[in-house]
Design a protein around this ligand. Structure first.
Ligand code: UGA
Length: 432
């Protein structure tokens, strides 16, 4: 299949590279000239395990190409995936300016039937808006279809997620669109849900908001657990053991971040408000998430007595492990708060430091976790990178000026920390 990808960011590039690897002919378009230049040279734009190798392999086989030209993309591809950004506006709504620009350009360049597929997360009813924009910009009457096929990739495991999704959701309004998408997804041996475009659009927002709600729910439990001396991990295990609830996404911590959950929740709230449906549930999910960072900072104040003048080692900055993405990273907000309270910060992250250096001013960076902890008054664990789970605790204790570890991700067994002489504070579990 000849496939066009418009928008070569995280979603677009992973989708393009994986479709190429499945034997399709793919053209990835982006209006950012510098980005396309880098991609043409086989360079990585961001850290995503396995992606660079996949792009290089398919470039050498001639199955993936890069361009800044939307007209070349429209002329080349039979199926065009829209993967442009839909960032939040000041009022929380999704900004569809990029979608509009692209839809108009597709309309101007349409020279025969094309299937245009929404891959970016968009508000329900965007499909019909895109249809109108394309039709209005088309010089003559040419038939085309709009479909919705949201991605459910997670950063850090995007390539793996692409090949083994739990399900594929296809929203279509015509038999032709359905048959084209089924042809593309033929190699996948996973359930494929076929529905109308609006339901498919809603599934993405509904799924992300539900996952965020699970996290806020367990974070609320963590605060209750701490007040009464219970253990949130056991509560999560007991709840998750019920197959109707499930164990996934019940890790208490410093809250969710990233480029998806916060943005999708605010967009979903804006949609419910537009539809005049109460959105209190979604708003509470956001409020609990915000309170979880304050709760962590309160814990820090308890552990250190006062923050001002203290040297604090921060382990982890990215919003989750295996990515260098700092967007809405709870660790970044916590770093800013600690700085404002007068702490001296020294951070280490296995991947995100180049980006963090540009954003966090007046802060030191270390070459590894141990160097960050040398002579520090406390060590804060903010992202659960694998290497932080495997620290030499005896060495850590020797390096720290005061043996205090405040863990926002619950990666250690409190008893093990105690045995190693560390004072350990975690989320929703007793201090040791
Ligand atoms: C999320 C969804 O998981 C994907 O299915 C979806 O495709 C994607 O958004 C998207 O819309 O593009 P992602 O943002 O990459 O993926 O990351 P997640 O692994 O979902 O983690 C999100 C945040 O929740 C992270 O900050 C993570 O630390 C936090 N989290 C996750 C918890 O605090 N507790 C948990 O139990 C799980």
């Amino acid at each position: 299949m000849k496939i066009g990808i418009i928008g070569s960011g995280h979603v677009g590039l992973v989708t393009g590279a994986c479709f190429a690897d499945l034997g399709n002919e793919v053209i990835c378009m982006d209006h950012d000239i510098a980005k396309i230049k880098l991609l043409k040279r086989g360079k990585a734009l961001f850290y995503e395990p396995g992606l660079r190798e996949l792009v290089q392999k398919n470039m050498s086989k001639g199955r993936i190409h890069f361009t800044t030209s939307i007209s070349d993309t429209v002329r080349f591809a039979k199926v065009i995936f829209l993967c442009v950004g839909t960032p939040p506006k000041a009022n929380g709504e999704a900004d569809l300016a990029a979608i509009q620009r692209v839809a108009e350009a597709i309309g101007r360049n349409l020279n025969g039937y094309r299937l245009i597929v929404e891959k970016s997360t968009v508000p329900v009813e965007t499909g019909s808006r895109i249809y109108k924009m394309i039709a209005e910009n088309c010089a003559r009457k040419i038939s085309f279809d709009i479909a919705s096929n949201a991605e459910f990739l997670r950063e850090g495991s995007a390539v793996k997620d692409f090949y083994s999704p739990d399900r594929i959701v296809i929203g279509v309004e015509s038999a032709k669109a359905k048959s084209l998408l089924l042809q593309i997804y033929k190699p996948f041996k996973v359930p494929i849900l076929i529905t109308d475009v609006k339901s498919a659009e809603l599934i993405k927002h509904a799924a992300n908001s539900f996952l965020a709600m699970k996290i806020s729910y367990i974070n609320l439990m963590s605060q209750i657990c701490e007040k009464v001396g219970a253990n949130v991990e056991k509560v999560a295990e007991g709840m998750g053991g019920d197959h109707r609830i499930g164990k996934a996404f019940l890790n208490a911590g410093i809250g969710f971040g990233g480029s998806c959950f916060p943005k999708d929740l605010s967009a979903f709230i804006a949609i419910t408000e537009r539809l005049q449906i109460p959105s209190d549930l979604l708003k509470v999910v956001v409020a609990i998430n915000e309170s979880q960072q304050k709760y962590f900072l309160m814990k820090a104040e308890q552990g250190l007595e006062k923050i001002k003048g203290k040297k604090i080692a921060l382990l982890g900055l990215s919003f989750k492990p295996d990515t260098d993405d700092l967007r809405n990273a709870p660790a970044m907000d916590i770093a800013e708060e600690l700085k404002a309270k007068g702490a001296r910060l020294i951070a280490y992250d296995p991947c995100a430091m180049p980006a963090a250096k540009k954003l966090l001013k007046g802060m030191q960076f270390a070459e590894n976790a141990y160097e960050a902890c040398r002579d520090a008054d406390a060590c804060f664990i903010l992202t659960e990178w694998r290497e932080f789970r495997e620290l030499d605790l005896k060495r850590l204790k020797k390096l720290l000026k005061h043996p205090i570890v405040i863990d926002g991700r619950n990666i250690y067994d409190p008893e093990l920390m105690k045995k190693n002489g560390l004072r350990y504070y975690s989320i929703g579990r007793r201090e040791v």
